[in-house]
Design a protein around this ligand. Structure first.
Ligand SMILES: *Cc1c(COP(=O)(O)O)cnc(C)c1O
Length: 284
């Protein structure tokens, strides 16, 4: 298995109960709550949401109440991850798929704010300026520990982490996001909006690859499964199939097919998410 000159930034080993990029994404929301004296954080996610998992963990650590609006009210919204969140004190509020679809409606959000008042409502995935600002902390770590990185590669869900990096790494760095979703054609626009909202244009080069979703969000195909099992055996580093597995698979493919030069100094960000392995029996 040739991966060229790839280094891994092991965020999966930071953050205690909330490892990976999620504790960075939630940082500013926690600070906002603290500043305004709000004692309750409310957010959205599916049964395998790393975001809700991290929110529950941080709530427990910081002594702040958390509420998870969970998609699926007929057994679908149950998982080992939601069980963890509940054990850390998160109040689990299950809603139907139909209701969950309204998560970005202003009126629905207002109703939730009133229902759980006083609270701070965090968008799904922590996807807003505050989330991106928190992720600038990842860029600061990179400037410190890997200033020589020519290209930074990371998995992308909402694009919030990518936007935070683009605002904080050295200006001559090339950032490549690997989308975990199939056909998420609005991702670039979302990143641009997050950058513009911080008064930042195209400070760095960044792009998103849409061709390594391996069948769609949280889906796995045979090639990905084979790659991940081999990677873990050879490298002794655990991955999960939703984000980090697809990112390393993409790097491997791009180098193998000659689209990327194996001599370029790559820094791949291991964004965590390993708690989600429990949803994939073949990984355990
Ligand atoms: C949430 C998550 C991502 C995606 O982060 P975005 O900021 O939504 O793009 C990547 N990797 C892991 C492990 C995650 O949990």
């Amino acid at each position: 298995m040739s991966l060229g000159r790839v280094s891994l930034l092991r965020l999966d080993r930071t953050g205690g109960l909330a490892p990976g990029n999620k504790s960075f994404k939630l940082r500013e929301y926690l600070a906002q709550a603290r500043q305004s004296g709000v004692q309750r954080l409310v957010s959205f996610g599916g049964a395998w949401s790393n975001h809700l998992h991290a929110l529950a963990a941080l709530g427990q650590e910081c002594g702040i109440e958390t509420v998870g609006i969970v998609r699926g009210d007929d057994g679908e919204g149950e998982s080992a991850m939601i069980a963890d969140a509940a054990s850390w004190g998160m109040r689990i509020h299950r809603v139907s798929r139909t209701e969950y679809r309204r998560r970005n409606d202003i009126e629905y959000q207002q109703a939730l704010r009133e229902y759980f008042a006083p609270c701070l409502l965090i968008p799904e995935g922590g996807a807003s300026i505050a989330g991106a600002q928190g992720c600038a902390g990842i860029g600061e770590i990179i400037r410190r520990v890997a200033p020589q990185a020519e290209r930074i590669v990371l998995p992308v869900g909402t694009g919030t982490t990518l936007a935070g990096l683009a605002s904080s790494v050295a200006a001559d760095t090339d950032i490549v996001g690997i989308s975990a979703l199939k056909g998420a054609v609005d991702l670039e626009q979302r990143v641009e909006r997050l950058l513009a909202a911080q008064g930042l244009g195209s400070r760095v080069r960044w792009s998103i690859r849409h061709d390594f979703h391996c069948g769609g969000f949280a889906r796995v195909n045979a090639a990905l499964r084979e790659f991940m099992l081999e990677f873990e055996a050879v490298q002794g580093v655990q991955l999960e199939p939703v984000y980090t597995g697809k990112m390393l698979f993409a790097i491997h493919q791009l180098i193998k097919t000659g689209q990327w030069n194996a001599a370029t100094g790559l820094l791949a960000i291991h964004t965590g998410g390993l708690q989600g392995r429990r949803g994939y029996p073949w990984m355990n």
